[in-house]
Design a binder for this molecule. Structure first.
Ligand code: ADE
Length: 225
């Protein structure tokens, strides 16, 4: 999978060199490039924002640098993602859909957002998704894109060594994950649930399922519909 990120803060993404995604990049599973939007601004101050038409607070990102950045990175098969608190809600299902794309292009907005014509223009060239991480406002799209790339990248075949660990986790079957324990069997007076030490695989599976349902009902009843 190829991933391009356009941002005014390229240094934000240096953490993608480490951990599982760093290894996936080393192994050639994910080919990731970060582009500085200011490289596409040609005035002396490399200006990327201006005041909003119609008035109002804050600054809006100008279309011209974005147009050049898109022209340099976008292909017809691209899925262009603009993170925005005004977008559709990101979920595990979204991550799965995006993990099937050959090319993802993330456009990180700052200030009050990007001139809407940039999104409309990108839509004439490729598939565009405006996606929100959740119902809260971040200062810009960078942190949201980092979270999305982590969620998507681990679903790319080969990135996670044991694919079983993907099917056992939260949100895979609409339920939250069961609690996990490791050795020692007793720690500071707290014991591991005895069923997990029983060796009875049927009983363990049944207990885990009960835990998932109970936890989901308690913490996220909205998921049970
Ligand atoms: N940019 C600012 N807030 C955001 C959010 N909640 N999700 C995605 N991008 C954002």
């Amino acid at each position: 999978m190829r991933i391009d990120i356009v941002t005014i803060f390229p240094e934000f993404f240096s953490v993608l060199d480490v951990s599982l995604l760093g290894k996936a990049r080393e192994r050639g599973l994910i080919d990731l490039s970060v582009h500085d939007l200011r490289d596409y601004a040609h005035d002396r101050h490399r200006t990327v924002d201006d005041t909003p038409y119609g008035g109002g607070a804050g600054m809006v990102m100008k279309p011209e640098p974005w147009g050049e950045a898109l022209d340099a990175t976008l292909v017809a098969a691209s899925v262009v993602v603009f993170p925005s608190p005004a977008g559709e809600r990101f979920s595990q299902a979204t991550a799965k859909e995006l993990a099937r794309a050959d090319h993802l292009l993330f456009g990180c907005g700052r200030y009050e957002g990007i001139d809407q014509r940039v999104v409309d223009y990108a839509r004439t060239k490729a598939t565009v998704r405006e996606i929100s991480l959740g119902d809260y406002v971040l200062n810009g799209g960078e942190v949201a894109v980092m979270a999305m790339i982590e969620a998507i990248g681990r679903l790319v075949p080969g990135v996670i060594g044991n694919p079983q660990s993907l099917s056992d986790e939260s949100h895979e079957d609409g339920l939250l994950e069961y609690p996990s324990y490791t050795k020692p069997a007793e720690w500071r007076g707290l014991e591991v649930p005895p069923v997990l030490l029983s060796g009875n695989h049927g009983a363990i599976a049944a207990w885990r399922h009960e835990q998932k349902v109970e936890r989901t009902r308690r913490v996220r009843p909205d998921l049970l519909g």
